[in-house]
Design a protein around this ligand. Structure first.
Ligand SMILES: [Zn+2]
Length: 104
């Protein structure tokens, strides 16, 4: 093999390696590292980076949702009731306590 082909091969290999490491930042975004890898490989990392920027943060930020819990039977309702419907059937009136559920 001629020397210039070896150089070309090295450049291509280095490019793929660079794209591979670059695409790992996509893990933290919705785009994902695999998609970012292929995008960057064929459309250059510059465009891949543009996709990365426009891609939303992966929805891993926990958020809370309003729930209503019966302290007696422990059941959690997503809608508000005056009294726990389950306990009410058994003749007990238990007011629901508003809680913030941790969602992921
Ligand atoms: Zn209850």
């Amino acid at each position: 093999m001629e020397e210039k082909y070896i150089w070309l091969l090295l450049i291509v290999a280095g490019y793929i390696l660079f794209v591979y490491f670059f695409s790992r930042i996509g893990n933290k975004r919705e785009i994902g590292s695999r998609r970012l890898f292929w995008l960057s490989l064929f459309l250059t990392p510059l465009l891949g980076f543009a996709f990365f920027i426009s891609s939303h943060h992966r929805k891993m930020i926990p958020y809370t949702e309003e729930r209503f819990k019966c302290e007696d039977c422990g059941y959690v309702f997503s809608e508000e009731h005056d009294y726990c419907p389950f306990c009410e059937k058994e003749g007990r009136l238990n007011a629901l306590k508003q809680v913030d559920m941790f969602m992921t």
